[in-house]
Design a protein around this ligand. Structure first.
Ligand SMILES: Cc1ncc(COP(=O)(O)O)c(C=O)c1O
Length: 431
């Protein structure tokens, strides 16, 4: 079935004359999977509707934030209520206290929090704070983890292990990434070596505790616990980038699931209920280094704005109910088990990494534990699968490197439709 996209085609053609690539964030362009993006007109529950009136079952949830589905009534009402009184004052407002309390209550490692406007701002500021607090400069990150688009993160590993990085984008000065070291995810030995080589120079290790940006990969126990031990031993800070996993995999985040306590945590996505937001928080003595309490500068005109705060509060209040997470776990398992069974029946190479409403789909027979493993998977197969699902009105992420996100609005019969479609896909592949 080929779906109608006359209006999206026209809009995309116009958009390309107005904005680079016709988009305001590269992955939206469908460059990775081919074809053109669908221009979305509205969302409702588990569905998004494009300008040509196609109704897609959505597995991206705006790249994670919409854990309660599209157009959640309580969130929408909370936004309507707050905008009656204005949208921004550049002063403290009571809603900042409420959202801060909700987060601090849920995430054990956070005593104090600072709101910003995006995940990028959160990670960038957390690293500045780590450097200011420790008095050291070097940062360790991991290949395939994404921490936003600040210069210091836009780098690839240097020529040898534990050597400094190379910029991964023009415009990023070498001098900025001279303080960044990129290592392999799930390889604790490399981290040990880096700490030995750069003794007393490493300010922080930043990691997605469960990855979502090289699709979904779970950390090995020795890796995640080893990071904690090495940071503690070397007086370096462990930063968990939970922009994606925070309030998505569990109320207390990936850190609660993994039972590992970071020094700093970055958040975004879910805590803004679909509006722009970011945050970073951690132990009191570290957070007190932030201005105006301490010397590390960080500010924001619209930070903590009442509209984002309100949507965040309305979202997090609904997530206090444990049943939300047990339902999301159940429905995610139903989808991933179904995909695995069908792929086995048809001997179609597929690995499914499922982790509490985040699902990674890899077109390969081999286990996927790191970025290098993903580069060996068949991206063309993922792209074919993506196209097939899209033609059947199922919206999977338009890139093999991105995770699927489920919302509470996805029900068993929706998943049955996905599984039937996948079964048909496998049958057609054989013919
Ligand atoms: C783990 C992680 N950190 C940081 C970011 C950057 O967040 P934003 O796009 O809000 O700047 C993202 C975005 O996807 C992310 O997944």
């Amino acid at each position: 079935m080929k779906i109608k996209n006359i209006k999206s085609k026209k809009l995309f053609s116009d958009a390309k004359k107005l904005m680079p690539g016709g988009v305001n964030s590269p992955v939206r362009s469908f460059k990775a999977v081919g074809g053109i993006p669908h221009f979305i007109a509205k969302g409702d529950g588990p569905f998004i509707f494009d300008e040509d009136d196609n109704r897609f079952l959505d597995f991206t949830c705006s790249w994670g934030p919409l854990i309660l589905g599209h157009n959640n009534k309580i969130v929408k009402d909370s936004i309507k209520e707050v905008i009656e009184f204005g949208t921004s004052f550049g002063t403290p407002t009571r809603r900042e206290n409420i959202l801060a309390e909700l987060i601090i209550e849920a995430v054990e490692s956070i005593d104090k929090i600072r709101f910003v406007n995006s995940g990028t701002e959160a990670t960038m500021s957390a690293v500045r704070l780590a450097r200011g607090f420790t008095g050291k400069d070097l940062i360790i990150k991991f290949e395939g983890c994404y921490h936003g688009h600040a210069d210091l993160f836009l780098s690839n590993a240097g020529s040898g292990l534990a050597t400094f990085d190379q910029p991964s984008s023009p415009g990023v000065p070498q001098s900025v990434v001279d303080s960044t070291i990129t290592l392999d995810f799930n390889n604790i030995k490399q981290v040990e070596n880096a700490f030995k080589k750069y003794e007393n120079k490493i300010a922080a290790v930043i990691v997605e505790p469960i990855t979502g940006n090289m699709s979904v990969i779970k950390p090995k126990n020795d890796f995640i616990n080893g990071l904690r031990e090495l940071c503690t031993k070397n007086n370096s800070l462990l930063i968990f980038d939970e922009v994606m996993t925070g309030f998505r995999v569990k109320h207390g985040g990936a850190q609660e699931l993994l039972s590992v306590k970071p020094d700093l945590t970055t958040l975004g996505k879910v805590i803004g209920g679909g509006l722009p937001v970011g945050a970073y928080g951690g132990r009191k003595e570290i957070m007190s280094f932030i201005a105006p309490e301490g010397p590390v500068y960080q500010a924001g005109t619209l930070s903590g704005n009442p509209v984002s705060m309100s949507a965040g509060i309305a979202t997090l209040k609904q997530l206090k109910n444990d049943k939300v997470y047990s339902y999301l776990n159940e429905i995610s398992k139903y989808l991933s088990d179904g995909l695995k069974n069908i792929s086995e029946i048809h001997s179609y190479p597929l690995i499914v990494n499922e982790f509490c409403s985040m699902i990674g789909i890899f077109c390969t027979d081999n286990t996927v534990n790191s970025y290098k493993d993903i580069t060996k998977t068949c991206i063309d197969n993922y792209n074919m699968l993506h196209r097939y699902f899209l033609d059947n009105l199922i919206y999977f992420p338009p890139s093999a490197y991105e995770a699927l996100f489920l919302s509470t609005k996805i029900k068993h019969h929706h998943i049955d439709h996905v599984l039937d479609t996948f079964n048909k896909f496998c049958v057609e592949q054989k013919n």
